[in-house]
Ligand binder design. Structure first.
Ligand code: AGP
Length: 607
């Protein structure tokens, strides 16, 4: 969604800002802009992509302090006027803002009553006017005055022509990072915009503000009292972010192919072959605390939620602890009963998803214990949790999540193994699972090697306007994730259903025009699943069956996709990967922009 960059230092700000914005493009946006302080304040902004902004840029836009933004429309359509930065009536103040102000309508009315002419539809414009109208003598004082009037979520950066040496930033519910360089400083809402320049980073906390000048930064609260937030070196490989900016292949494709390596990284150093268990130090729970867990509740959104459903199944099977997954976006609105004996697990690639973050905050407010299964190190969700498991998937920038989903599955398998082994899971079963997990990277390679065939299946499927994805128990979240991937990037209607529920309604839709992708692993449910396939075939429904070699489909006429066998508990991961490739090739076949699916953003930072 929206992205923020800022620069103050010895170099020209404009190219630094546009380069930073280009590195945030993957987040999804529909307009972009920059504000630079030189001999005065200059603002350039455009609806469209960063390249449209670059085309609109005057030859010389000089100044060594500036802020930039990519906007994903919330209040008002994508237009030049609604793009950030927004300015005040004096033309001296410029503001970029991520998040949503809840009292924007009231503030707009108040400003209009006071004779201010608002030019945009946005909530952000009120911030610029409030800063501009403050009587405080310092920029910090003006920003603090403004913050006292606004309610809602924000990560924001403010520049002022009368204070050309600084950027003032503030955070409440929307991430902001400060990057420390040599006599230059950076601001960004995402590490991806910083790593080319620095990996020494300070994370602001909610309620914190900072002043950033070329020589350093200071942090403070809303009452101007100082805080002690310090910068630290983040453990990331800057080169891992490079392909995102320059690669010729869609990033989704590159990320799918990375899965053998990303799964290996999630496992690295965490398996104990001797005792058939996993070690997850980051959970910060000893064996006694793990044994005391009576239930597990997993919370995430979208594909992370489906990975959570796979995780709940794993936990129930291996640890025999009741477990379920729920969409964090629903959980947080239903005044959930928080149980002290339940372990709440928040799962998120970005660590920024607003609904998941708010669910964690609600759990902790009510005294529950929440741990995170998160990819982005130091992200808001990771920081809000009591402990957790980092996925180590590496940066994922494609909107359609692939390697994060499969590493989430592996993270849950590790958690299930550790929870199981402090309970009744035998050492023999533990060793069986450890060996199965170790085989996964090689087996993923094998599935990926079947790409040409999967591309042919995808070409046929992409001709259908509507289709079903069905599975049972372990296969159902796989079906949900498969349908989700296809919808997101091919814009074809794909509905996931429990195989067992078909005859209770949706079978009415089966026809030669509506294909079904069925997940049929070789397990205790195979016979039931094959019987359901016959019911579909009998009604003329075309079938694609993702299954294991040797599963007997009888006389069924179906496109068959075989994946390698592993331990049956681990099946969902290997069954998921062909569906990613099918979605990718269906979308390619239809000529869609894979990494920029319409209406979607990578990190959903609004509620
Ligand atoms: C995945 O393909 C989606 N783009 C989306 O559902 C995503 O998984 C969801 O928004 C959650 O994101 P998170 O993992 O960063 O929290």
């Amino acid at each position: 969604m929206c992205g923020i960059v800022g620069y103050v230092g010895g170099q020209q700000a404009a190219p630094m800002l546009t380069e930073g914005l280009a590195r945030l493009e993957h987040r999804g946006y529909d307009s972009a802009g920059i504000a630079v302080i030189g001999s005065g304040l200059r603002v350039v902004k455009r609806a469209g992509r960063v390249k449209d902004l670059l085309e609109a840029m005057p030859k010389r836009i000089s100044g060594r302090t500036g802020i930039g933004h990519t906007r994903w429309a919330t209040h008002g359509p994508a237009s030049d006027v609604n793009a950030h930065p927004h300015t005040d009536a004096s033309g001296k103040v410029a503001v970029v803002h991520n998040g949503i102000l809840d009292n924007a309508a009231t503030l707009r009315r108040r400003l209009e009553d006071a004779g201010v002419e608002l030019v945009s539809d946005t909530d952000t414009e009120v911030i610029a006017h409030l800063v501009g109208r403050s009587g405080a003598e310092t920029l910090e004082g003006k920003v603090v005055d403004m913050l006292a009037a606004v309610e809602g979520t924000y990560g924001l950066a403010v520049v002022h022509a009368d204070f050309p040496d600084r950027i003032v930033v503030a955070r409440n519910g929307s991430p902001l990072l400060i990057g420390v360089g040599e006599k230059e400083m950076f601001v960004a809402s995402d590490l991806a915009a910083l790593v080319r320049h620095t990996t020494t980073v300070a994370h602001l906390d909610d309620g914190e503000l900072a002043t950033i000048t070329a020589s350093g930064f200071t942090t403070f609260r809303g009452d101007l009292s100082r805080t002690e937030t310090a910068a630290h070196l983040v453990d990331v490989d800057p080169s891992a972010y490079e392909y995102g900016a320059t690669g010729a292949e869609p990033r989704m494709y590159t990320e799918m192919l990375e899965q053998p390596a990303s799964v290996e990284r999630t496992l690295r150093g965490r398996l104990d072959e001797r005792f058939g268990t996993a070690h997850l130090g980051g959970l910060r729970m000893d064996a006694r605390e793990l044994r005391a867990v009576q239930r597990v509740k997993i919370l995430g959104c979208g594909s992370a939620y489906y990975a959570g459903q796979m995780g709940a199944q794993l936990i129930e099977e291996l640890a025999r602890v009741p477990a379920d997954a729920e969409a964090a976006s629903e959980f947080r609105y239903r005044d959930a009963v928080i149980d002290p004996d339940t372990l709440y697990v928040a799962v998120s690639q970005s660590g920024e998803t607003a609904d998941t973050l708010l669910a964690v905050e609600e759990i902790r407010r009510k005294g529950g214990r929440a741990v995170g299964l998160v990819n982005v190190v130091g992200s808001a969700i990771a920081r809000a949790c009591d402990g957790g498991i980092y996925l180590h998937a590496g940066p994922e920038t494609a909107v359609a999540s692939t390697k994060a989903v499969t590493t989430m599955f592996v993270g849950f398998a590790l958690l299930a193994l550790q929870l199981g082994r402090v309970r009744d899971l035998s050492v023999a079963d533990g060793k069986r699972l450890v060996a199965g997990l170790q085989q996964l990277p090689g087996q993923i390679e094998k599935v990926l090697a079947d790409e040409d065939r999967l591309a042919r299946v995808a070409a046929t499927l992409s001709q259908a306007q509507s289709m079903f994805f069905v599975g049972r128990v372990r296969g159902y979240p796989v079906a949900r994730e498969g349908a989700q991937k296809l919808k997101e990037i091919s814009y074809r209607h794909a509905e996931a259903y429990q195989m067992s529920e078909l005859k209770h309604g949706p079978l009415a839709l089966i026809s030669p025009e509506v294909p079904t992708v069925a997940i049929v692993p070789d397990d205790e449910l195979t016979d039931r699943n094959v019987a359901a396939l016959h019911e579909i075939a009998a009604r003329g429904g075309p079938l694609v069956v993702v299954t294991h070699e040797d599963v007997d489909l009888g006389e069924l006429s179906a496109e068959r996709i075989d994946v390698p066998r592993n331990e049956k508990e681990l099946d969902p991961l290997l069954l998921t990967i062909p569906l990613q490739l099918v979605a990718y090739h269906a979308a390619m076949n239809l000529g869609h922009d894979i990494d920029r699916p319409r209406n979607l953003a990578k990190s959903v930072t609004v509620e």
